[in-house]
Each structure stands twice: as structure tokens, then as C-alpha cells.
Design a protein around this ligand. Structure first.
Ligand code: GTP
Ligand code: ZN
Length: 336
């Protein structure tokens, strides 16, 4: 699925003669517009109808289109009361976390983006950009590796081409990518470098006298080598949708310490036998990382509580509706 709009979605079909299930960027794929139902959903291969997202794969049976089960979901916090989370990209293999080396990278932001990535079910990869502008690239690669245990870290420069081969190697086997990162980190530049052409002329708006229309910008871009890049507007403003599990995955090192604390319910403050405080005292764990862990944990808990509240509110609403209709039914029975 290459584009999701209100009322319809665009599905890219492989051009004739290309391998089924792949999109060759040289062969112009066939685009199919599929209307959604009034609730904005499409039937799924398995289970309830789903709100389609860019990256969804479909199964076509005659003139019916079904959404295939997803391998991963990148979500943001739903803004309305009916959706707790809004899926903005589906079936992403690798979340490329883009952070600039100049200005100085933010390790806290890396941790935040790692939590988003782990939450999605995709594999994160950290890319430090603009290495041509700094002389301490190796230092920052080390820092990034320390905050991202088990995650690949690559430094690149789109200007000189340094590191682009390493990036290509690190992406081997990844079919569908998204790039997240702060504005100006060099995401669009990186995509153009990966694709060898300017594929990222995005968000163009055209006026034709009858109001403004955004030109059909493809939200899924086929890259050379059979890769797909998802670039939806929602991604640009992706807030954190954290869970405690995703935070734990991001701070694996601290979780390992927590397991060593003497008390199961250790708050890592004054307790005797606290392995976290011991690591802080020994300088093996930085205050910065400890504070960042605490902060993201608090956010995850707050989000879970908010989600619970919304579920409860929705249940109350459904209960009131049911109650009203059973009262109505009782009244009609009484009239007869
Ligand atoms: N020197 C240098 N400049 C770069 C490099 N990569 C990107 N830039 C510059 O950084 C600026 C921002 O790059 P973009 O690719 O537009 O950044 P972005 O992450 O897509 O930004 P948003 O679209 O705002 O999210 C541009 O002026 C680029 O030319 C690099 O490797 N080296
Ligand atoms: Zn402890």
C-alpha cells in the first residue's frame, strides 16, 4: 500500500514481468485505488477489519482486497478518543534512526527514538550523519553504541559519500525502511544518496484555482535493490508511543542491573543492595542515562494510564448506549 487517504488507499502492483511481491523502481508499477468502507477500514485476511497504513500488504481476490497480517507497526499516540494508537507505517523491517553529528548529537533523543523503534517490532539502526563536519566521529560512534546496546551504528556523510557503503551493508536483508530523526538531520539527503536520485521532492502543493490539492506524493518509495522506503507525513511528527517493554529493550544494560538488585521492588534510591545505585556510584552508569531511563519509564506509564482511561470511557459510552436501547425496548414492550 503506497498511500492512505480518507476514503481510499493506493495499492502498488508489480509491473508485468517483475517478480511477484517485489517492486522494481525501474518498471513503473501499476497503481490501484481501493475505496475503504465508511469507517475507513478494509477487510483483513485474518480477524477484524483494519485501518490500513502505508506499507500494508494486501491479498487480492477478484475485486476484493484484504489486508495481510502485519509483521510490525509503527504507531503514534492517537489523537481522538476512539483510537489509542494510530498505526502510521506497517511491515517495516528496519527503523533507521537519523541523528546529526553537527550540531552535537543528543543521546537522550537517540534513546527516545530507540524506544519508538523497539516498540514497533522492527529492528533499529542508528545513522550518524554529516561526519564531514566533525573530527570526533569515532567518539560519537562509541557513545551511540553505548546508549544503543546491540544496535548497529554507522556514521555517514552524504557530502563525501563516506560510510554509505557501510550503511548499505548494515541494511542488507532489510526490505522496508523508515527514517526517523529530527528536522535537518539529513533524512531526505540520505534517501537521495541511497536511491542515487532525487526521490524525495515531497509535500508539493499545487493550486489550480479550485482550491489547493496536494500532488499525489507517493508515501512508499521503491529504492534500488528492491528496497522500499516509507515516508508518510505522520512520520515526521512521530511522538513517542512507549511501553515499558520498549523502554526495557532500549535500556537493556540497566534492566540487567535491576535484575541484580536485592529487592524485587527496588526503587533504586536508598535501598541496600541496589545494583543500579552501585553502578552509578562506580561510574559504570551515567546519571544522564539513568535519568533518561526514569523519564521514559514515567512517560510509558502515563501513556498506559491514559490508554486505560480512554478504554474505560469508551466502555462507559457503549454501556450507556446499550442501557438506553434496552430501556427503549422495555418501553416498547410495555406499550404493547
Ligand atoms: N555537510 C553535510 N551536510 C548535510 C549532510 N546531509 C545533509 N546535509 C544538509 O543538512 C540539511 C538538512 O538535510 P535534510 O536532508 O533536508 O534533512 P531532513 O532530516 O530531511 O530534514 P526535514 O525534512 O526537516 O525532516 C541540508 O542543508 C543538507 O544539505 C552531510 O552529510 N554533510
Ligand atoms: Zn535497585
Amino acid at each position: 500500500m503506497s498511500r492512505v487517504d480518507r476514503g481510499s488507499v493506493q495499492v502498488l502492483l508489480p509491473a508485468d514481468g517483475t517478480e511477484p511481491g517485489t517492486l522494481d523502481p525501474r518498471a513503473e508499477p501499476v497503481e490501484l485505488t481501493v475505496p475503504t468502507d465508511r469507517a475507513g477500514t478494509l477487510p483483513a485476511v485474518v480477524g477484524d477489519p483494519v485501518h490500513p497504513a502505508v506499507g500494508d500488504r494486501v491479498v487480492i481476490d477478484g475485486d476484493r482486497v484484504f489486508v495481510a497480517p502485519r509483521t510490525s507497526e509503527l504507531s503514534r499516540d492517537g489523537s481522538d478518543r476512539t483510537s489509542l494508537e494510530q498505526v502510521i507505517a506497517a511491515n517495516v523491517d528496519v527503523v533507521v534512526i537519523v541523528e546529526h553529528l553537527e550540531p552535537t548529537p543528543s543521546l537522550g533523543r537517540l534513546e527516545r527514538m530507540l524506544t519508538i523503534a523497539w516498540r514497533s517490532g522492527a529492528i533499529p539502526l542508528v545513522v550518524l550523519t554529516k561526519s564531514d563536519l566533525v573530527s570526533d566521529t569515532e567518539h560519537w560512534v562509541g557513545e551511540a553504541e553505548a546508549v544503543a546496546p546491540g544496535v548497529g551504528v554507522v556514521a555517514v556523510s552524504a557530502s563525501t559519500g563516506a560510510g554509505l557503503d557501510d550503511l548499505d551493508t548494515a541494511l542488507a536483508g532489510a526490505q522496508t525502511l523508515v527514517l526517523i530523526g529530527p528536522s535537518g538531520a539529513g533524512k531526505s539527503t540520505l534517501v537521495n544518496a541511497l536511491s542515487g536520485s532525487d526521490v524525495m521532492i515531497t509535500g508539493a502543493v499545487r493550486g489550480d484555482g479550485r482550491g489547493m490539492h496536494t500532488t499525489t506524493h507517493r508515501q512508499l518509495v521503491p529504492l534500488p535493490g528492491g528496497r522500499l522506503l516509507i515516508d508518510t507525513p505522520g512520520l515526521r511528527s512521530v511522538g513517542i508511543v512507549a511501553t515499558e517493554e520498549a523502554v526495557a529493550a532500549t535500556f537493556e544494560d540497566i534492566e540487567a542491573l535491576v535484575a541484580l538488585c536485592r529487592f524485587n521492588d527496588c526503587a533504586h534510591e536508598q535501598e541496600p543492595g541496589c545494583a543500579v545505585v552501585a553502578a552509578l556510584d562506580a561510574g559504570e552508569l551515567s546519571e544522564r542515562r539513568f535519568t533518561s531511563w526514569r523519564k521514559l519509564q514515567r512517560e510509558a506509564r502515563r501513556q498506559a494510564a491514559r490508554a486505560d482511561q480512554r478504554v474505560a470511557a469508551e466502555q462507559r459510552r457503549q454501556w450507556r448506549t446499550r442501557e438506553r436501547s434496552s430501556r427503549e425496548a422495555a418501553r416498547q414492550r410495555a406499550r404493547r
